[in-house]
Design a protein around this ligand. Structure first.
Ligand SMILES: [Zn+2]
Length: 139
């Protein structure tokens, strides 16, 4: 079978996790002052986002809403730093202000099934820019 992921990756909500950690430490320090069901309204474990949901949301937004606390959005950089390359050292990242290319036919060098290659410049040096066809079809 092709195209079906064998492993579903879940990403626990970082805000839920923080709230649970704080709740647990609060329980330890002042448990005698609260009735046992004081936090019953809160979920027992963090909400789990799926990787495809996070990736699709990251295309258009920097944050994602958690159903357990819709009023407080979660930073996608905290949830999927590897996917957003937020965990890479800054000097390995492309500086967008130094990077120039336009996906125009006159700049096109080649292409194939997975994407197109264009002429561009980075820090005033000629570079080849590979763009990938989107795997999700809009509409
Ligand atoms: Zn949450």
């Amino acid at each position: 079978m092709y195209g079906l992921p064998l492993v579903r990756r879940f990403i626990p909500c970082s805000l839920c996790t923080n709230m649970m950690t704080q709740r647990n430490s609060m329980k330890r320090s002042v448990s005698m002052e609260f009735p046992p069901n004081f936090h019953a309204a809160q979920p027992p474990r963090p909400y789990n986002f799926t990787l495809p949901t996070c990736a699709a949301t990251a295309l258009n937004f920097e944050t994602i809403a958690c159903p357990y606390h819709p009023d407080k959005v979660v930073s996608l950089q905290h949830l999927i730093p590897d996917l957003l390359m937020a965990d890479l050292p800054r000097h390995l990242l492309v500086d967008p202000s130094q990077f120039k290319f336009e996906a125009r036919e006159s700049q096109r060098i080649g292409g194939g099934g997975s994407g197109e290659v264009y002429h561009g410049t980075y820090r005033n040096e000629a570079v080849a820019v590979k763009t990938f066809h989107s795997t999700t079809q809009a509409g």
